[in-house]
Design a protein around this ligand. Structure first.
Ligand code: NI
Length: 156
């Protein structure tokens, strides 16, 4: 397992990062196949426990979200997502959302992945807050399995 900086051992032997304190036990319900995949990843990455893997996954989720919130002004970007096209009403909801943001959407590509899954990339140019809003509107739809937002700007 790679060595991590800014970590110390909690009394109970848990690894906490700087600024973290106390531990709260939570119960989470997950689809069995999702947990199997997660366990397989944390095994191959050498995590000492499932809890440690979950803590790191949550930290990565928070970092990505905070990074997204920090972007502002005119941006160019992409939103990619995978969804189950047989989910009732989903295709039409996705279309409604995209038409609501048509001033920002420069192109989109749709790939049929398999019997149930579709993959889409939307290329955008516009205000960072509205790009983020669009990504969040897609994320919260039932049947959307994975959403990735990337943004950059021409001011480099
Ligand atoms: Ni498709």
């Amino acid at each position: 397992m790679e060595e991590k900086k800014n970590e110390h051992k909690h009394e109970g032997g848990y690894e906490l990062h700087e600024g973290e304190h106390g531990l709260t036990r939570i119960g989470v319900s997950l689809p069995a196949n999702l947990l199997e995949k997660f366990d397989s990843i944390i095994r191959s990455r050498g995590y000492s426990s499932r809890s440690e893997g979950i803590r790191d996954a949550i930290r990565a989720y928070i970092v990505e979200y905070e990074w997204m919130r920090g972007e502002s002004g005119d941006q160019i970007g992409t939103i990619t997502y995978i969804y189950d096209h047989s989910q009732r009403g989903l295709v039409s909801e996705l279309m409604d959302i995209q038409h609501h943001y048509l001033d920002m959407i420069k192109s989109s590509t749709h790939i049929h992945l398999d019997e149930e899954n579709c993959f889409e990339v939307i290329v955008l140019k516009g205000d960072a807050n509205r790009i983020r809003e669009l990504a969040e509107n897609i994320m919260r739809l039932r049947g959307v399995k994975h959403v990735k937002l990337t943004t950059t700007h021409g001011r480099i």
